[in-house]
Write a protein that binds this ligand. Structure first.
Ligand SMILES: [Zn+2]
Length: 118
């Protein structure tokens, strides 16, 4: 991949890492505060609902954050843009939409169907 495009993807990934990192941090703080406030009120149903919601969301953020970190590592080692499974080139459009994806579209579909061999 050209240096210039690689630099663009690196910028996109760094920006995403920053915004996700802040969100993960904030959701952790939010979780703690909420737990305390709601314990005072004593509304356990609302508490567990809020906690499931916040933790579910931040688990997603954490997963993407991990993928972003791995994508940045692949930029550094020169393998970025290549499927980590079958080593074919990942479509440019796909990378633009999901710059942290490690898989080409075919492997992604297999993974979603649970058919991808690790
Ligand atoms: Zn693939």
């Amino acid at each position: 991949m050209e240096e210039e495009r690689l630099a663009q993807f690196r910028q996109m990934l760094l920006a995403r890492r920053r915004s996700l990192g802040e969100r993960v941090l904030r959701s952790g703080e939010y979780g703690r505060e909420t737990e305390q406030n709601l314990a005072d009120i004593g509304d356990m149903a609302v508490e567990s609902y809020t906690r499931d919601f916040m933790f579910g969301k931040s688990a997603d953020d954490r997963r993407v954050l991990q993928l972003v970190a791995e994508a940045l590592a692949r930029i550094e080692d020169g393998s970025y843009g290549t499927c980590t499974h079958c080593e074919s080139e990942i479509q440019a459009k796909r990378l633009e939409a999901v710059p942290w994806t490690p898989l080409c579209i075919q492997c992604q579909q297999l993974q979603e169907q649970g058919l991808l061999q690790e």
